[in-house]
Design a protein around this ligand. Sequence first.
Ligand code: CU
Length: 217
Amino acid sequence: MNSKIRVSHPCGTRWARHTALALVGMIALALSLGVTRPAIGSGETKVVGTVSAASRGFPSVVILEAAGPARVPISSEPAKINQVNKSFAPGVVVARVGQVVEFHNGESLLHNVHMINLDSGDTLFNIAMPVVGMVHRFTPEEPGVYAVLCDVHPEMEAYVIATDSPYFTVAAEDGSFEMPEVPAGSYTLRVWNVRESRSFEREVQVTGPTTVISSGR
Ligand SMILES: [Cu+2]
């Protein structure tokens, strides 16, 4: 028995060595994963640039669309447009597909909200807003450009741009814009301007700490 134990002893040592090596290997793997896996929020790029300045008072919209599905959850905060001083304020909002857009009547005047899908020309709804404080909610179901009119006041006009992408911004009046946290990668840049000739799209690479985009228009 003893001899057998002695015989098996080196074998046991080998197993112990193998086990120890396996453990060392697993620890090394875990450490390397820990070192190489990017921390959440890292690897993001600031995207800045200038696109077309506002036209007729409507600023441009800048959207970066990645090829894959967006992993950023849709905001539970609605995009809001107020009816005040016989105008829509703001005149341009961007909403994710599935994000609520709220229209508020902010004054004691009869308004309505007449929403038109500019891609199809279809009226989506036309709702009277007779009372101050009245709210109407709309949730875009597909990407697109929607015009918002008030038939009572023909000068009232606004635009809702719906996108699947979480990476968008409304540019300043002069066309300058900044998106602080965009993951590096390939995107389709979509720029919307109320003057169709100033809208465009092109492929861009977002890389490094800062990516500068100029419209060239
Ligand atoms: Cu009105």
